[in-house]
Design a protein around this ligand. Structure first.
Ligand SMILES: [Cu+2]
Length: 459
């Protein structure tokens, strides 16, 4: 629990302050007091970090740390964050996976004006779903996320879950050299392929940390992939360790063994239950063959724990497939689209959805949604990856249910991000119950910034 870091803005609401945020939106005015509020003051600012011993990395941080300050609140409560920009450039915060009103979604020129240096913006929204989420900017993303502007957002279950112990593990691979200096966050030839990878793999900013966990207890491991491009092939390389999946991308699933490996794409999260083995055992947490962390069991005075019950479902509307309308989305490689003038100006378009490439320099792209859904309509999306690189496809504003795939067996589940494998076709379904203009994009940041983004309107 990290409530000790919470900054209560005591008295501000009571003063009846009326202000103008960067977007011109009024805040506080006439707000009905919530039964409980969680107030944070969150500052984005430069921070020198020592990611490589003896060297300084000029990171950007939320709340004085990167990954950022852990924000926490309880399902059904209001989350209220005063965000202050002390960076040298404009930014916003997007709350990845949270179903919220459009004006809180943090997309520049769609849901709000960018927050300029020295300005602040008040984010305030109810959190309907429990689970592991995260937050990050939606501006100059390769650099801003790359420099460290990524942070965990944990929504606790309304009623206490059966887990007495938990750890939040933020995965990020930093784009730095051996002296800690940043390297390019996006290189064109990599953006046109799997995305530009960083070099230093870390868990909570530490390279291969040792995590001490209490022997005999069941610990909830919240693993968050906050990286720009890397898909982590997660495994606990030991055949006799008992580890079960409890939630995917925030949403509960019927607990089942982790199995050999789980592919966690950029932006995705997995909640595992781990029965910690006997004292002194060391388990490697790995990305494929590479060690990410060492889990070490230490003595615990508590009696051995039982497996917690499944987590309660989130209140996501169930799509009715019998009356759903089907829409098709093709994700294509399209390097030929960039004209010489575009390339000279650094505007690369390597990717497109249904023949359209998003232009991150064109503030009007969202005025031309790729699909318009009827409010409360039921939809099936057929997602077809026509390229040999995988894309974690993310939708803002609404959760969707993954139905099936032509490449692997799927137990249907709700999520906000689906890792669409190379040449895979998958079907997802949703109820369009949140009006707005929502970003629909690949979470490999290089792919998003070179075309793989679109807007979907719900009216
Ligand atoms: Cu992609």
């Amino acid at each position: 629990m990290s409530f000790t870091r919470r900054q209560i803005l005591a008295g501000i609401a009571g003063l009846g302050v009326v202000g103008l945020g960067a977007g011109g939106a009024r805040y506080w005015l006439g707000r009905v007091a919530a039964p409980k509020t969680h107030d944070y003051e969150l500052i984005a600012a430069p921070l020198d970090m020592e990611l490589v011993a003896g060297h300084v990395t000029p990171a950007w941080a939320y709340g004085g740390q990167a990954p950022g300050l852990e924000l926490r609140c309880r399902q059904g409560d209001m989350l209220r964050v005063r965000f202050i920009n002390k960076l040298p450039e404009q930014t916003t915060i997007h709350w990845h996976g949270i179903r919220l009103p459009l004006e809180m979604d943090g997309v520049p020129y769609v849901s709000q004006a960018p927050v300029l240096p020295g300005e602040y913006f008040d984010y305030e929204f109810l959190v309907p779903d429990a689970g592991s989420y995260w937050y990050h900017p939606h501006t100059t993303s390769a650099e801003q996320l790359g420099r460290g502007l990524v942070g965990p957002l944990i929504i606790e279950e309304r009623e206490a879950s059966g887990f007495k112990h938990e750890r939040v593990l933020c995965l990020k691979t930093w784009h730095i050299d051996a002296q800690g200096a940043f390297t390019a966050f996006s290189v064109p030839r990599e953006a046109a392929r799997e995305g530009t990878r960083g070099r230093l793999s870390t868990v909570n900013s530490v390279s291969i940390p040792t995590l001490e966990l209490p022997a005999g207890q069941v610990v909830r491991l919240r693993l968050l992939n906050l990286d720009n491009t890397v898909t982590y092939r997660l495994n606990l390389a030991s055949s006799d360790v008992d580890v079960r999946i409890y939630a995917l991308d925030g949403h509960p699933v019927q607990p089942r063994p982790l199995g050999k490996e789980y592919w966690l794409g950029p932006g995705m999260r997995i909640d595992l239950g781990l029965k910690v083995p006997e004292v002194g055992t060391e388990l490697p947490l790995r990305n494929g063959p590479l060690r990410l962390a060492t889990i070490k069991s230490v003595a615990s005075s508590e009696p051995a724990a039982e497996w917690p019950a499944p987590l309660p479902d989130n209140p996501v509307a169930e799509p009715d497939l019998s009356r759903a309308e089907t829409l098709r989305f093709n994700f294509e490689w399209a390097a030929a689209l960039a004209s010489p003038a575009d390339e000279a100006a650094g505007r690369y378009k390597y990717w497109q959805i249904n023949g359209q490439a998003w232009d991150i320099n064109d503030k009007t792209c969202a005025d031309r949604p790729i699909a318009t859904l009827k409010k409360d309509g039921h939809y099936i999306f057929v997602l077809r990856n026509m390229a040999q690189y995988q894309h974690p496809i993310h939708l803002h504003g609404m959760a969707f249910k993954v139905l099936d795939s032509n490449r692997k067996a799927i137990i249907p589940y709700f999520t906000d991000t689906y890792l669409l494998g190379k040449n895979e076709t998958a079907r997802i379904a949703l109820v369009a119950d949140n009006p707005g203009v929502w970003m629909f994009h690949c979470h490999v940041i290089d792919h998003m910034e070179t075309g793989l983004m679109a807007a979907i309107a719900v009216v």
